[in-house]
Each structure stands twice: as structure tokens, then as C-alpha cells.
Unconditional design. Sequence first.
Length: 337
Amino acid sequence: MHNSRRLFFIILILSLYILSGCSGKKTSEDDLIVYSPHPIDFITELVRNYENDTGMHVTVIQMGTGEILDSLALDNDDPKCDVLWGGSLSSVASAASLFEDYTSPNEAFFADGYKNKEGMFTRFSDIPSVLMINRNLLGDITVEGYEDLLNPELKGKIAFADPRLSSSSFEHIINMLYAMGNGSPENGWDYVRSFLENLNGTLVTSSRQVYQGVSDGTFAVGLTFEEGGANYAETDENISLIYMKEGVIFTADGLYIRKGTDHKEQAERFVDYMTGKDVQTYISQVLNRRTVRNDVTIKPSLVSKDRINEIVINYGTAGAVKAAWLDHFSSIWNEVQ
């Protein structure tokens, strides 16, 4: 990451300290350092509550999942990361060697499909890929799924973040390949090429720019994750979420403790806190996230899974080919410019 951009994010995160009553306190060697791709609005209240409930101080560095993993792999993260909070399992799977084994006692309350069978991947929330639409800008254009995004009338009106930087966009690439390849990812690349051509040379650099861009009218459609769009759809009747008719993949994101951290106990406590019933209820009922626990229900305003055409995949398989798929994406993107 360029120094100027890193400075921007650190300044942005410092505002969290002011909101949480921690202004004026410098980061110390006792602080838990958490790197996260989660939106600032999502992070703020949860970190404030954690600090108030535990008396521990947290420094959060916010950037894209791809940037975080690159930084950790090169060991050039500064300050040193203790916990990666967020990032889909399919995005993080190939970097499993960077993280410590840890099984939270909260696993006893996790739904069977979200158990930590690998040792280092604690699930945090369940996230479907969705399309977010601006009804005023769409007008009479119908958008029910991926195929509709090839409509020439939408050329240059679609928001999509660079999947090399955004895990939610990489999830959409996976979703496209399986949905448009009829279950065979290699057969889905023709669709990806046509889709990228319809972006008309525009790739935004973060997930946040997708849902904000649709909300403010810069784009008519955005490819995002459920919570990112639901927060706007909940308060603006002009904004709606579309669960792709060709099929939707639900992917858990996680909490991952950095291997070799000097704050292992604190990191484990952070993982336990964020997967506890109170936090999981809060993210479900207030923040529009789907819980991984079997004793917490989803928000009534969200569409239940039994009404969505769900595509089930092996995240480990997708994670294993992540580098190859991103290389293929890059080649196509360079060709359609």
C-alpha cells in the first residue's frame, strides 16, 4: 500500500478512539492490533463495547483483505497484526499457514456448517453475495441476476470492486464462475469476460465504494455483500437487494489469530467476545449480518435461506485456486481495457 493511503486509513481509524472515549491514548505494546476489511461503521460500536467490557485497548487498521494478506505474508505489517477480523474463508484459505490454531468455547453453539474443523479458522458471520440496485437509475431495466448485468444499457453503470483487493468481489467472481458455468467454474469465464467488458473500464478499489456508489447515484447496480447493501435498503426505498436467480453462494468470514503473536491470550479473548451470543445477536439484529450461531436468529427483514437459490461449494477448493483465478481475472481485465 502506498504510504499516503496507509496514512489515510490510520487517520480514519484514529477517529474510532475519539468515538469510543479513547482519544489521547497512544498505541502501546500492550494493545491488541486488529487488521480488518470490515466497514468502519461496522467496526466502531463492536470495538467500543469490547474495550468497555474488557478494559483492553484495541488498535484497528482497516484495509482490504487482499492488502492485509499480502502485508502479513511479506511480514511488513506495521504495527504488527495480532488478529485478522474479517475476510472470507475462500480468500484466506490459501494463507492458513499465517495463523494460529485456536478453538473457541463458543464453537459448542455454532451451527454444524460453521464449526472450526481446520483449527485456525473461527467463523464470525455468514455472508451471501448480492446485487444492490438503485431503482431510480435503473428505470425500466430489469435486474434479477448476473445475466441481466450484460445488458448494454448498463454499460459503465455497474459498480464492482477489484477482486484482487476486495474479498467480497472475489466472492462474486467465485459465484459467477459456479452460477454461470452451471456448476463448472472453468465454463464461467466467458461470462466473466462479457461482464468485465460491460464495466466500461471502471473498477473501484474497495467494497465500500460499491455500496456507497449505488446509494449516492453514481452507479445503477453494485455487486456487493448482503450487509453492505442491506444497511441502505433498510432506510431508502429506492435501494433494493437482489439475490441472483442463477444462484447465490453464502460464505463465512472469520477471525484469525496471527501465528507468533505476542498477545495470544488477548487475541483469544477477542475471538471469544466477537463470537459470543451478545455480539452475534447484535450483528444479526442491528447490523444486518447473518450469525454463525444456532441460538441466534437472523433479522426478519433479511430473506431466509430457504427462499434463495443457494449454491453450495467447498471454500477450500476455491481458496486453493485463488491465485490462479485472480491471475486469469487480471489477464481478461487487461485485455478488455
